[in-house]
Design a protein around this ligand. Sequence first.
Ligand SMILES: Cc1cc2nc3c(=O)[nH]c(=O)nc-3n(C[C@H](O)[C@H](O)[C@H](O)COP(=O)(O)OP(=O)(O)OC[C@H]3O[C@@H](n4cnc5c(N)ncnc54)[C@H](O)[C@@H]3O)c2cc1C
Length: 239
Amino acid sequence: MKVLIVHAHYEPQSFNTALKDLAVETLTGAGHEVRVSDLYAMNWNPVASAADFAAPSNPDYCVYALEQRKAFESGALAADIQGELDKVEWCDLLILNFPIFWFSVPAILKGWIDRVFVSGRFYGGKRIYDKGGMSGKKAMTTLTLGGQNHMFGPNAIHGEMDVLLRPILRGALAYCGFAVLPPHVAYHVPYVSPEARQMMLQYYRKRLLTIDQATPLIFPRMEDFDEKLYPKVSQEIVR
Ligand SMILES: Cc1cc2nc3c(=O)[nH]c(=O)nc-3n(C[C@H](O)[C@H](O)[C@H](O)COP(=O)(O)OP(=O)(O)OC[C@H]3O[C@@H](n4cnc5c(N)ncnc54)[C@H](O)[C@@H]3O)c2cc1C
């Protein structure tokens, strides 16, 4: 597989960065091709704004998604966006590697998604979920956090991890057509023993070695919805 790791940690000596480095080493060793976008090292600009369009179709009023679509179609995306888009086009598996910030991704990664997941290519009209622009590709999230395992789940103090991650797993990745693999979560990272962190790394290595066999999570399929996107039959929509 061709694997793109988008890494969003500011500290090269962090445990989160160790997970990224381990993924590079393990996947490369297993015969996969790996590329990395290290967003802090790249000084990635996360701000989606009218400045992204050198020749906007409407210079007086920026409708970001509309300008994205036009710039994509005419090959006029900003160079940094086009560079990242090319990497996503190249990959079979996208791994987003990040620490949880406020139940979410760090702003630099949110801004990568905002600017790179361009309308007209990643999604558009009813080209969403299994019909999304990235269908045929897989995606996974690898994340570290301060909270402990027991704090996440049904009735747990912070609720379920899948709900916490819904904006990224469903709202961005599944929506754009990626087959989304279960997240890889390292809990309580700064507070556990060095030995426990070594075990976390070993566990991640094992997971990576079978990554091509992982079963994706279930998300809506367009065939279950009508022209107006109402469910065709009464059904429980998963997630
Ligand atoms: C703005 C902000 C918001 C946050 N919001 C949340 C939240 O909503 N929920 C939540 O649970 N947490 C939250 N956190 C906590 C954050 O998610 C964690 O602190 C972070 O994910 C821990 O991972 P790290 O890589 O940064 O840890 P680090 O502190 O970098 O590393 C932990 C330890 O691992 C050691 N280490 C480094 N490399 C290795 C290695 N190869 N092997 C073994 N040990 C190693 C380091 O030396 C360090 O002692 C937030 C933090 C911030 C700053």
